[in-house]
Write a protein that binds this ligand. Structure first.
Ligand code: B12
Length: 210
């Protein structure tokens, strides 16, 4: 089996300890970091479908998530940007009530590699915490909110509205996550939406460069 297929299988099987070495082997075999990352994202889709079908449960989902995160750690240096001057500061977090962070971490990695200084607030971040972070950090020009659950979409709306009405300015808000669409983003007053981590970075640059 090609190494990249083995990576996919091991992420699906939740073998966190074995994934890093295999990701390295897949790189050594000539696969690009981008393709290996995509293979792991595909694995998570399979895991989500199996969860929906009742074939696996939360613990298995968690093990696959850990396995993917370990694999991403190996790829991270390969995505690091070369830009020397900062485009500004981007605050990122997963909205309140939501504990999913793999997508958020990938978006953080890509926006960071596009030249932003990243401040990652983690998961389950309240609207107030986002506002505090804007006050506490210098040159914040982008705030990125992630949400993976339909049940936390109202929290995303609350977060964007709080950010827009908090009396601070100079920053734009970008939102994303599997249940979020461009229409939803526009309806809650976000400045931008992106479907995946790569386009999130492109959008973030556009937001500050105009
Ligand atoms: C792994 C996982 C978990 C792990 C998360 C671990 C972790 N550290 O993240 C654990 C086990 C904790 C978990 C828990 C739950 N989960 Co879950 N989970 C998943 C799973 C399988 C994969 C998510 C993932 O990492 N995908 C891979 C990444 C790369 O993709 P992504 O997150 O979508 O991110 C990309 C884009 O969306 C975008 N993006 C993401 N964020 C942002 C932000 C910005 C600003 C931008 C521009 C773009 C952007 O770019 C990313 C990279 O390209 C999904 C299935 C799926 N298909 O998504 C279910 C899924 C999201 N979970 C689901 C559910 C129901 C739950 C639970 C409620 C289960 C339960 N009964 O307890 C809990 C909720 C816990 C909570 N309060 O958050 C459902 C949600 C259904 C819904 N419509 O709301 C899903 C869809 C599974 C399913 N098919 O039913 N889960």
């Amino acid at each position: 089996m090609p190494k990249i297929e083995e990576v996919k299988a091991l992420v699906e099987a939740g073998k966190a300890k074995l994934v890093p070495a295999l990701v390295q082997e897949a790189l050594d075999e000539g696969n690009s970091a981008k393709n290996i990352l995509q293979a792991m994202v595909d694995s998570m889709r399979v895991i989500g479908d199996k969860f929906s079908a009742g074939e696996i449960f939360v613990p298995e989902m968690l093990m696959s998530a850990k396995a993917m995160s370990k694999g991403v750690d190996v790829l991270k240096p390969l995505f690091a940007g070369q830009s020397t001057s900062s485009l500004g500061t981007c605050i990122i977090g997963t909205v309140e009530g939501d504990l999913h962070d793999i997508g958020k971490n990938l978006v953080s990695m890509m926006i960071g590699s596009a030249g932003f200084d990243m401040v990652d607030l983690g998961v389950d971040v309240s609207a107030a915490k986002f506002v505090e972070a804007i006050k506490e950090n210098k040159n914040v020009n982008v705030v990125a909110c992630s949400g993976l659950l339909t049940t936390t979409m109202p929290k995303m709306m609350e977060t964007v509205q709080t950010l827009k009405n908090c009396g601070l300015s100079g920053f734009k808000v970008i939102v994303g996550g599997a249940p979020v669409s461009a229409e939803f983003a526009a309806s809650i007053g976000a400045d931008a939406f992106a479907l995946d981590a790569g386009s999130a970075a492109v959008k973030a640059v556009e937001l500050v460069k105009g």
